[in-house]
Design a protein around this ligand. Structure first.
Ligand code: TTP
Ligand code: MG
Length: 539
């Protein structure tokens, strides 16, 4: 009842609602029964106008008008009810600077039609849609969670005692110092990298040491058990205690490329972890994944004719590269070879030299290419798709000349590093000039689909959210919870929207490459592939 006046005001069509991080306010208001509108978001505008600077309101006030930080000691408010005057002063300044920032940003956006359109048609509605996704959360199976925790603990104990046996003494395997002692003093393995405290034992180093001894490999597995328990299982158990759901927070202004970021994005791809999240009993989960999205976007941006033709013909580019590399027919290529080809495709798509590629392939894909093989893979990649190299050169020229690069949808990546006197900084700016308009635009495409499905596109193909609604987003994948009897129907709609987003209607652009969405109806986000009843943790 106390919110009645606020509700009437915020839901009426009169006032324009301008907010700093409205996504948060909408969620808060919604839990109090208020479905507020959102017309402008100063945090999202700040991020679009300059993705390299901090977008907090205090930072904006400081950079725009030199206002010193006026944030009171809110930690004290945890245990002491703040003075009414202090509160009023604080929120008053927040509202004041939000309104002033709006006045400035509105003019800046008006000076850039493409950016303004992207902001109004995609980013602001995306904040509303994502706020709903956060509020709904994704179902967590607490029985599975407990099972996984138990299995993880067993596995940890087993590996630890095995490792203690190998070394012949008790080691604290969670201590990098002690692990370093074992690896480099006892076993005399080669030191490849140092940090401040001594030889590094980070995962990339361990991966490379695997060829010398069995211990580094087992250590990687052991560390995984620590990480799963501390980063996922234990926090999840806490988060889900209230309503059996995890309410991931999604940040739309958290990365320089424009890619969204969240804990959902960070969830390991391992089905052992993902199979804990899904749809509650009696309902289904729709998983919709954009297939080879980055390569498709790169094909469109570069206009590489062979690659475009292959996509039009429905050819899998990773199989194609594997075929080019090995000469084997496409239907005889196993998963391991396809994985090697993926490392090649992602490495050279973004213009790596052979040396960086060699490191990248080991660390990211756990595949080893010799110097000879790396050079050969690079040559074959650019012989097969030569226009990719021209596109790299073209991007570098644009970045050097304009110190920024614009994505297809209007978003801009500012790259001031290109004028640096440091050669490394300049190379990094060039690299990002190639990379960002692919990865960032890919993320934007998913947002556009989300915005349409959640009903924020005029004449769009919206979900009936009584039956089917979005519950998650991770990189190139959207997740939906759906009533069982209509799951196939909505899966069809989702596939259609993701493959044919309204780019022309909403942004006035065209994409000259087909998009492909892999859409599945399931119970869980992933399912471990095992025959026995209880899933085992994969090695
Ligand atoms: P993938 O889905 O692996 O790439 P893909 O769609 O081209 O290949 P596939 O047909 O096998 O699905 O990856 C998409 C993006 O996600 C790419 O930028 C790499 C990134 N990614 C990670 O960051 N971590 C991972 O573990 C994987 C598998 C992908
Ligand atoms: Mg994929």
């Amino acid at each position: 009842a106390s919110y009645d006046r606020l509700k009437a005001f915020l839901e009426s069509s009169g006032p324009r609602l301008i907010a700093q991080n409205g996504q948060f306010d909408l969620r808060w208001l919604s839990t109090r029964g208020i479905e507020a509108r959102l017309d402008f978001d100063t945090m999202l505008a700040a991020h679009l106008l300059d993705e390299n600077s901090s977008v907090g309101l205090k930072s904006l006030a400081s950079s725009m008008w030199g206002v010193p930080d006026y944030k009171p000691n809110t930690e004290e408010w945890e245990w002491k009810v703040p003075e009414y005057q202090d509160l009023l002063y604080y929120v008053g300044l927040d509202a004041f600077y939000t309104a002033r920032a709006y006045a400035v940003q509105r003019l800046q956006l008006l000076g850039d039609k493409k950016l303004a359109r992207f902001f109004a048609k995609v980013m602001v509605p995306a904040a509303k849609a994502i706020s709903k996704v956060e509020q709904r959360g994704i179902y967590l199976d607490s029985v599975r969670l407990e099972e996984r925790q138990h299995q993880t603990l067993e596995k940890r104990t087993a590996i630890e005692s095995e490792l203690n046996q190998i070394t012949g003494r008790m080691i604290n395997w969670a201590s990098p110092q002690q692990v370093g002692q074992v690896l480099f003093n006892d076993l005399k393995l080669p030191v490849t990298e140092n940090n401040k405290t001594g030889p590094s034992t980070r995962e990339g180093v361990l991966v490379r040491l695997k060829q010398h001894h069995e211990l580094p490999g087992r250590l990687i597995e052991l560390r995984e058990t620590y990480k799963y328990d501390s980063t996922y299982f234990r926090p999840w158990a806490e988060f889900a205690a209230y309503d059996s759901r995890i309410h991931f927070h999604y940040n739309l202004a958290g990365t320089v490329t424009g890619r969204g970021s969240s804990r959902a994005h960070q969830t390991p791809r391992n089905p052992f972890v993902r199979s804990i999240l899904g749809a509650p009993p009696g309902k289904k989960l729709i998983k919709a994944d954009m297939a080879q999205e980055e390569l498709r976007i790169a094909a469109a941006l570069s206009g590489e004719p062979t690659m475009l033709r292959e996509f039009l013909e429905g050819i899998d580019p990773h199989l194609e590269t594997a075929h080019v590399l090995t000469g084997l027919p496409r239907d005889q290529i196993d998963l391991e070879t396809r994985k090697k080809a993926k490392a090649i495709n992602f490495g050279f798509l973004y213009g790596m030299g052979w040396k960086n590629f060699q490191r990248y392939a080991i660390e990211k894909y756990q595949v080893y290419f010799s110097e000879q093989e790396s050079k050969e893979a690079r040559t074959k990649f650019f012989t097969h798709w030569p226009k990719i190299a021209d596109w790299h050169e073209q991007v570098k020229r644009i970045v050097r000349k304009q110190k920024c690069i614009r994505y297809l949808d209007g978003r801009i990546r500012h790259l001031p590093g290109i004028t640096s006197s440091n050669q490394g900084d300049r190379a990094e700016a060039e690299r990002q000039g190639v990379n960002s308009p692919v990865q960032g635009f890919g993320s934007d495409l998913l947002l556009l689909a989300l915005v349409e499905l959640e009903g924020y596109v005029e004449d769009g193909r919206a979900l009936d959210t009584e039956e089917c609604f979005t519950v998650g987003w991770s990189h190139d994948e959207l997740l939906f919870e759906v009533d069982e009897d209509v799951a196939d129907y909505w899966a069809g709609v989702i596939k259609e929207v993701m493959e044919h987003p309204k780019l022309m209607d909403v942004l006035g652009i065209q994409l000259k490459v087909p998009l492909l969405a892999e859409v599945k109806v399931a119970q869980y986000w992933a399912e471990p592939e095992v025959k026995s009843e209880t899933p085992k943790m994969p090695l």
